[in-house]
Write a protein that binds this ligand. Structure first.
Ligand code: SF4
Length: 431
């Protein structure tokens, strides 16, 4: 079920600060069409295997989760919604008492839960339910058997990938301290993709590598002043700020999308940990070659085609860089909900000079620009895709780029294919 956050605000169009390169950024603030941060539970509950996500929300939130994550019939699910009803909204019931009762029942029935996230929503924010305080109170009863943390997945002023950022940020204050020199990879990748990165780093001789989030509550990394952290996703702004607050050092790089992005990402790690050029090249030679070959299979479909991105996941700038540099596509507009200048400092200068960069969203204005541009492919949210298809545009769902494994050398061909498929389908239909 599509549960878009529809925010109305002043419609302003100004030239903002330059985006880490010599081009202006179109800054917009108007109605948005995006999923909310609860969506992150879909991939996070699979990643942290002894965690449970208890959304404190409405029936709409419950429907969103059940349709997006599916209902597991034979397995105990690891997410649920404590529904705030009319009595809570009217202030007739003590929502904290209700929450304590639900958590007590849940943990009595599910002692396997080691990490319990209380996830805020639009309704819990509207009634100003303080979930951080609730987590503190519940920890007094249940920690150390179960750690209770809180974060917000609300759709008010946020987009869907910010749910992962808020979740990971909530973990940071709890991480153990360390003075050890280590590399910390930050972002929830599918295990199989994470393992590929760990294997390559290990083959280069970088053995002290940790990952946030860990795969279970006991596998969370330690952090300290000799930790160098690299972001696997561009939307982990708050998590990065909290890691910096713990003294960790940010290691800038391209994001590891496509062959070039993955090479640059690994090269930054190799340089930081003193890996020789020979060793680095020897380790990446075979997977990089496979990546180039896999991308080349889709280049005939993609080359010369124009593409526009509606602001959705914050992955837009690195994906546009990959499509322009490695697939010969022509990005026209690259819209992103938020352009983090520091984290995108390596990405933005590599976008073609004539790309229109926009930050924030005013959906009506962007639709008008889309009509003028007439791109061959449009990357957008689910709510916009069907109407645009009906009007003859070829679209790609932005959320598919989050649900699919797309990082690293071995996935570079699949990433190109995700963009090639709708174009091939259009060609077939046209015959
Ligand atoms: S958190 Fe807000 S936007 Fe998300 S499903 Fe619940 S009510 Fe809708």
């Amino acid at each position: 079920m599509n549960a878009p956050a529809r925010i109305k605000g002043p419609t302003t169009l100004v030239h903002g600060p330059r985006g880490g390169c010599d081009r202006p950024v179109l800054k917009e603030r108007g109605q948005r069409e995006v999923f909310c941060g609860l969506t992150g539970i879909v991939w996070l509950h699979r990643k942290i295997q002894d965690a449970f996500f208890l959304v404190v929300g409405s029936r709409t939130c419950a429907h969103l989760l059940q349709s997006a994550a599916g209902v597991m019939i034979f397995a105990e699910p690891r997410f649920a919604t404590a529904v705030i009803d009319e009595r809570d909204l009217a202030g007739l019931a003590d929502a904290h008492d209700e929450l304590d009762r639900v958590v007590t029942e849940l943990l009595a029935r599910r002692p396997d839960i080691k990490l319990l996230f209380l996830v805020g929503s639009c309704p819990s924010e509207v009634i100003k339910l303080d979930l951080a305080k609730a987590a503190e109170r519940l920890n007094r009863n249940y920690h150390p058997a179960t750690r209770v943390l809180a974060y917000s997945g609300s759709g008010i002023e946020t987009t869907f990938t910010e749910g992962e950022d808020a979740c990971l940020a909530s973990l940071v204050p709890d991480l153990a301290a360390t003075d050890a020199s280590q590399l910390l990879l930050v972002g929830a990748l599918p295990d199989i993709v994470e393992d590929q990165f760990l294997r390559m780093l290990s083959a280069m001789g970088i053995d002290s590598v940790a990952v946030l989030p860990g795969r279970n509550a006991d596998a969370m990394p330690a952090v300290g002043p000799n930790t160098s952290y690299m972001l696997l996703q561009p939307f982990l702004t708050e998590t990065a700020a909290r890691l910096a607050g713990r003294g960790a050092q940010y290691l800038p790089a391209l994001f590891p999308f496509g062959a070039a992005g993955t090479r640059a990402f690994l090269a930054a790690a190799a340089a930081r940990f003193g890996v020789s050029d020979e060793t680095f090249e020897a380790v990446i030679a075979a997977p990089e070659k496979r990546a180039h070959e896999a991308i080349a299979r889709h280049r005939p479909t993609l080359a010369g085609k124009s593409i526009s991105f509606f602001p959705d996941s914050q992955l837009e700038p690195p994906l546009a860089r990959f499509l322009a540099e490695e697939c010969d596509m022509r990005p026209i507009e690259v819209g992103s909900p938020y352009l983090h200048r520091q984290h995108l400092a390596e990405e933005l200068p590599r976008l073609p000079q004539d790309v229109r960069l926009s930050e924030g969203q005013d959906v009506d204005r962007q639709l008008a620009r889309l009509e003028d541009d007439g791109p061959d492919l449009t990357v957008c949210g689910l709510g916009l895709a069907n109407p645009l298809e009906a009007r003859g545009y070829r679209t790609k769902w932005a959320i598919e780029l989050i649900f699919s494994p797309i990082h690293g050398f071995e996935q570079a061909g699949d990433l190109a294919e995700l963009f090639a498929r709708p174009l091939q389908r259009a060609e077939r239909l046209a015959v």
